[in-house]
Design a protein around this ligand. Structure first.
Ligand code: DO4
Ligand code: MG
Length: 281
């Protein structure tokens, strides 16, 4: 099932997305629906199917959930680790170490305040000259780290700030509109194998394609359950947390984002997440 959120009469409602439109779930946003499913002990798709209107509405998806917390994983693909070690001239391959060792890199990416949905702006910090999209598979977590669904995310990052000094990582990662999520969530029962997804990313400028790249999630060096296990060790993340699983697509220097560029991340099973870049000051 594809599930997410729509705006209806000014209110955020959860909705099931089908060919031809969305079936609204009145009075609940997706976080509310997920919490209710947990408290009633029913699966999210089951409760959604029971509560959804039968009529299809012609409405566009918005941010599929307002997550209380968003976390990111890093260096989970070899391309990300080797690019960063080469770029940053790090001592003793700091990024390769994290790629190789059992403990993954996990960082706090923000709250729903930093998140943007389909079609909304993704931020380029005013003090960054090289901001890049990081296209990533994301997992939606219920209570106690249970994976309830999958979506796409753009871990937009100021790579020049990260490169200047590793201790600037938080400033390169966390700022206004630094995280796009969507377009919808594919519930876990509909995706038994998340390790064979073909993900593409394009950047267009003035309608012309500036960059195109792809990766298959078979290149992901970690099991999703292992990432979740490290995230939730001594850290009781709340129901509705979204975990970004790292980028395997590294854009070129020439593709540093400029205001007006449009980044599109696609996985056929999930959908396409498109966002224009905007400067945030
Ligand atoms: O340490 C840098 C962050 C890495 C990251 O976000 C990624 O690999 O996706
Ligand atoms: Mg990332």
């Amino acid at each position: 099932m594809h599930i997410g959120q729509v705006i209806f009469n000014g209110a955020v409602n959860a909705a099931i997305f089908e060919d031809g439109g969305a079936r609204r779930i009145r009075g609940l946003d997706l976080l509310g629906l997920l919490k209710r499913a947990e408290s009633e002990g029913v699966a999210l798709p089951q409760l959604a199917a029971k509560l959804a209107d039968s009529a299809l509405q012609n409405v566009q998806p918005i941010l599929p959930i307002h997550p209380p917390e968003v976390w990111g994983c890093g260096c989970t693909y070899e391309t990300s680790a080797s690019f960063r070690d080469a770029e940053h001239g790090t001592r003793e391959g700091m990024y390769a170490y994290v790629y190789r060792e059992a403990r993954p890199e996990i960082f706090f990416k923000g709250t729903s305040r930093m998140c943007t949905g389909p079609g909304q702006g993704i931020g380029i910090r005013i003090d960054s000259k090289f901001t890049a999209p990081e296209p990533e598979l994301a997992v939606l977590l219920g209570s106690r780290g249970r994976i309830v669904g999958f979506t796409l995310a753009n871990d937009v990052s100021a790579w020049d700030i990260e490169r200047e000094n590793a201790l600037y990582l938080t400033q390169s990662k966390v700022y206004n509109a630094c995280c796009a999520i969507g377009p919808v969530i594919l519930t876990a029962d509909s995706l038994p194998d998340p390790y064979h997804l073909e993900m593409t990313c394009t950047i267009t400028r003035g309608g012309a394609q500036l960059y195109s790249g792809s990766v298959n999630t078979s290149r992901l060096h970690r099991r999703l359950e292992a990432l979740v296990e490290f995230l939730t060790r001594a850290n009781d993340v709340p129901c509705g947390t979204v975990l970004l699983t790292g980028t395997g697509i590294i854009v070129t220097h020439e593709s540093a984002l400029a205001p007006g560029d449009v980044v599109t991340i696609s996985v056929p099973e999930i959908g396409a997440l498109s966002n224009p870049a905007v400067q945030v000051g």
